[in-house]
Each structure stands twice: as structure tokens, then as C-alpha cells.
Design a protein around this ligand. Sequence first.
Ligand code: HEM
Length: 142
Amino acid sequence: MTFSPIEKEAIIGVADKVAGHEDAIGAEALERLFCCFPQTKTYFSHLDLSHGSKDLKRHGGNVMRAIGTAAHHLGDIDHALSTLSDLHAQKLRVDPGNFKMLTHCILVTVAIHFCEEFTPVAHAALDKFLCKVSSVLVSKYR
Ligand code: HEM
């Protein structure tokens, strides 16, 4: 999967807006995930998932920073997320169907907070990008 110059600009533009706000954006995306798709909470029974918790901010921040890394390595996302891919496939064994739910919640959160940047072109590019991130993270399942 390759990204056109217009798609790259849109993805990096939104990633740069998120930079510095990863914990808040990530925590909100996770809160939406657990509210809209409560079955996903089973993977996080060891964390405090209450509104505004430190765990939500820490984990949400980690997720959004990984996505930021991928946005700055659009030509080689597989390599950029290789360690994370091992973790999700071999240790966490998250059901691949859950990725679509999380990326949907990330998209909604970004759209709400950065509505000016979230043009139809950016929407389509981010959707494509998040599909690629998900496919990399589930690529090592056996
Ligand atoms: C851990 C990213 C999707 C469940 C992590 C970590 C990152 C991350 C950066 C921390 C790794 C570390 O500590 O070394 C992502 C990204 C995703 C994604 C970018 C897709 C866009 C999912 C999904 C689930 C999930 C869909 C389950 C619904 C977990 C769990 C952990 C984890 C349970 C361990 C959390 C902990 O114990 O602190 N993920 N993840 N991930 N992820 Fe994901």
C-alpha cells in the first residue's frame, strides 16, 4: 500500500496536530472504544478504565505515539511497527476484529478535535493509513 503526496500531507498534518496531545487524544479514543464496544474491555482488566484515569492517559498516549511514529514512516510502516506487531500477535493475541473498532474511535476523536484539518481528503487518507497500521499489527498472527 502506498500513499500519494496529498495523502501523505494530510496524514502528517493531522499527526503533527496530535503531537503534544497524545495522552488526551488517546485516552478519549479508548474511552469511546470501551463505551461503544464494551467487549474490548476484557483485554484491559488489569487497568483502571475510569474517566480521566492515569492508565487511560498512559496507554492512550502510547497508542497515539505509535501512530505518530507510523505517520512519519509512511514508506515503511511494517518496519516502524515491527516490535509492536510482535507484541500484539505473539503476546497479547488481540482478536484482529478489534482493530477496526479502535481505529474508528481514533478517527472520530481526531475529527472532533481537529475539525479544520479533517477535510474529506484527510478523512479518506487517515482511514487508509489506520487500515494499514492495523494490518501491520495483525500481520504476524499464526
Ligand atoms: C499495548 C499500540 C490496537 C490491546 C500497546 C502498546 C502500544 C499499542 C504502543 C504499548 C506497548 C508497550 O508497552 O511496549 C496499538 C496500536 C493499535 C493497537 C497503534 C491500533 C491502532 C490494540 C487493540 C487492542 C489492543 C485493538 C485490544 C482491543 C493492547 C493491550 C496492550 C497493548 C492489552 C497492553 C497494555 C498494558 O498492559 O499496558 N498497544 N495497539 N491494542 N495493546 Fe495495543
